[in-house]
Design a protein around this ligand. Structure first.
Ligand code: WT7
Length: 635
């Protein structure tokens, strides 16, 4: 048996919808890619010139201190200049920037003008608390407009935000506050989720009791329940906003292109979370270009990135890039299944959402409830769909394409990372799709699949995903730990100067890239290389299985054996005959080598809050070993 037998069928093309392709900004991907690669500096300079700058840059790319690359050196900017300020003198000031719905059904909208004013007021308030250029501010809130405004207000002053996702525990929050040394914490009383209050302020109190560095806590009111307010430390946002010095005009701090913009913590494979640092100049060029080209966002669109602003997806594609493009964004506070499994589909219909961008785990989660739920709603406003976060199994891809996109909407599968700032491998609407492949690198992105020595792998051969040229949206360092930045991303191919993404992948004969998964998610069974995602995809393609997680367990004879944990669809019972059926199914779908030795039926899987299965935890659990750092575990 050869590796080819695991390659997803490369023949399964889904050609772009002629409407989407015909009007796309990039109609000739090949030509655009080739032109960008001829001279990447000229290419990115051209993109940067579409934005406003206080002062132009001197050098596009400074490689002198590699791998600490510098983009647009000498340029003066602030991402808020492009995200808000520049729209205010144009008719766009009256356009909706944000439409928001809370889980209980309350609504709020903000025009660009209103968002600008709110940001100015908030920035003045923070200034009153002593926040200034370079200060780190930690934000721990639910999915509300106040979260977005708090981020923009920090940035306007030149402060650096560190948003901690509202699902993190107090220890995780405390660790992140400590690492960033934030004197100010912004939170809210609570957030709505599945009809219940998540008591954010209580968790924040616990965290602050462990982090003496916090001097001031700003609390937004959302749920209205009773919370403890520590005198001299905690202030209600609405009280602070009511102070006379909180004017609606606030100068935007002029920043160097390479000044820090935000820190965002992401879990490494081991050890404490890494504070990924992004900067003002390159990040805005990169996120706005990628959103504009991949999702072809236009003035009349209603863009819904259903991620949380607390993750990179939300930073880049809820907050910054849509605002820079002057797009209308939609944000929803709560759970997709509350009060019923059609909440999302109702939102699409109610607000005329035109582009929906979400994660495979969410799609599979909603798929479980069947297509009758989306079928109850008019989803004809949709014109493009998107996926991010993990490889999307072809089964989920097709369900999404057929039942949500009505077979009309191309699915833009975007591969990227917290570290990359924006999409790296993704189609544009005019590119032919293959379900399960993130398709082709974005123009200007030099991606390759290589072996340990750095040789380009043959078609359909597994290898390591690397990026061979720097790009403007790349992380600049790991906050406070430059050695870790070098070790983690640049040491593997030190001589060549390539970025190691930490994923394995293969490129097929059409040049399409299939991301298999994290390097540590690759299992070797009897010498054969298997991506956990492939086995999972096989399991999930069986009608009884809603979600599956596969790990490799050590085995004397075969190196590893496959252990699968499956969540079944509502109403199906797991028994020995189903187990046998699933084995047969995987044998058929993926190959004999992929058949799990053990299949267990479970109610839930250990996941990170961004929805990635924590195989490390699952593995420890199955083997009865210590589970290690659980700070990023959901629930
Ligand atoms: C890792 C990065 C980028 C925002 C969300 C995740 C996996 C991400 C895809 C995709 C296959 C994907 C990779 C990557 N990943 N998108 N479209 N296809 N794998 O950001 O938490 O930094 O995780 O997510 O393994 O390395 P992140």
């Amino acid at each position: 048996m050869t590796d080819e037998q695991f390659t997803p069928a490369a023949s399964e093309w889904v050609y772009p919808d002629p409407d989407a392709a015909g009007s796309a900004r990039i109609r000739d991907y090949e030509a655009t890619y080739a032109r960008a690669m001829e001279d990447i500096e000229a290419f990115w300079a051209e993109r940067a010139a579409t934005l406003d700058w206080y002062e132009p840059w001197g050098q596009v790319l400074d490689r002198s201190d590699a791998p600490f690359f510098r983009w647009f050196s000498g340029g003066k900017t602030n991402i808020v200049l492009n995200a808000l300020d520049r729209h205010i003198d144009t008719p766009r000031r009256n356009k909706l920037a944000l439409i928001w719905e809370g889980e209980p059904g309350d609504r709020q909208t903000f025009s660009f003008w209103e968002l600008w004013q709110e940001t100015n007021r908030y920035a003045n308030l923070l200034k009153g608390l002593g926040v200034g250029k370079g200060d780190r501010v930690t934000i721990y809130m639910g999915r509300t407009p106040e979260l977005m405004i708090a981020m923009l207000a920090c940035v306007k002053l030149g402060a650096v935000h560190s948003v901690v996702y509202g699902g993190f525990s107090e220890q995780a929050l405390a660790d992140r506050i400590d690492d960033a040394q934030s004197r100010v914490l912004i939170t809210s009383d609570g957030a709505w989720l599945r009809g219940k209050v998540v008591r954010l302020k209580d968790i924040a109190d616990e965290a602050v009791s462990k982090s003496p560095v916090v001097e001031t806590v700003v609390v937004a009111r959302r749920t209205g329940h009773e919370v403890h307010m520590e005198p001299g430390r905690d202030y209600w946002l609405h009280d602070l906003l009511a102070q006379p010095h909180v004017k609606t005009v606030c100068e935007t701090e002029v920043m160097d292109a390479e000044d820090p913009l935000f820190i965002l913590y992401t879990s490494g494979t081991t050890g404490k979370p890494k504070g990924v640092l992004h900067t003002h100049g390159g990040y805005q060029v990169y996120t706005s270009t990628t959103l504009s080209w991949v999702f072809d966002v236009r003035d009349e669109d209603v863009w819904w990135c259903a991620a949380d602003p607390g993750w990179i997806t939300g930073h880049s594609y809820i907050v910054y890039a849509p605002l820079i493009l002057g797009a209308t964004s939609f944000m929803y506070e709560g759970a997709p299944t509350y009060p019923y499994p059609d909440r999302w589909w109702k939102l699409v219909a109610d607000y005329g959402i035109t582009i929906l961008y979400t994660a495979p785990t969410a799609i599979r989660g909603l798929m479980r409830f069947g297509e009758a739920w989306p079928a109850r709603h008019d989803l004809s406003s949709l014109r493009l769909l998107g996926s991010v976060g993990e490889p999307i199994n072809p089964e989920a891809w097709r369900w999404y394409h057929r039942h949500i996109g009505g077979g009309r909407c191309p699915v833009m599968d975007t591969w990227w990372q917290t570290e990359t700032g924006g999409f790296m491998i993704a189609p544009v609407p005019s590119v032919g799709l293959k379900p399960g492949s993130a398709t082709r690198p974005f123009p200007g992105i030099d991606v390759d699949v290589v072996d340990e020595e750095g040789r380009t792998c043959a078609a359909n051969e597994d290898g390591y995903l690397v990026v061979k040229q720097p790009w403007p949206g790349m992380l600049r360092t790991v906050y406070g730990d430059p050695d870790r930045y070098v070790d983690q991303y640049w040491n593997a191919y030190r001589d060549q100067g390539w970025y190691l993404a930490g994923d394995s992948a293969r490129r097929d004969e059409d040049g399409y890239i299939w991301v298999i998964g994290r390097i540590d998610d690759v299992i070797k069974v009897s010498g054969y290389r298997l991506g956990t995602a492939e086995v999972e995809s096989g399991l999930v393609s069986h009608a009884a299985v809603a979600e599956a997680a596969v790990i490799g367990l050590p085995d004397e004879l075969r190196g590893s054996t496959i252990h699968a944990s499956c969540i079944l669809v509502d109403g199906v019972a797991g028994d020995a005959s189903l187990e046998q059926e699933l084995r047969n199914h995987v044998r058929r779908e993926v190959g004999p080598i992929a058949v799990p030795s053990q299949i267990v039926f479970v109610e839930a899987l250990p996941k990170t809050r961004s929805g990635k299965i924590m195989r490390r935890v699952l593995k420890a659990r199955v083997q009865g070993l210590p589970e290690g750092d659980l700070s990023t575990l959901e629930d």
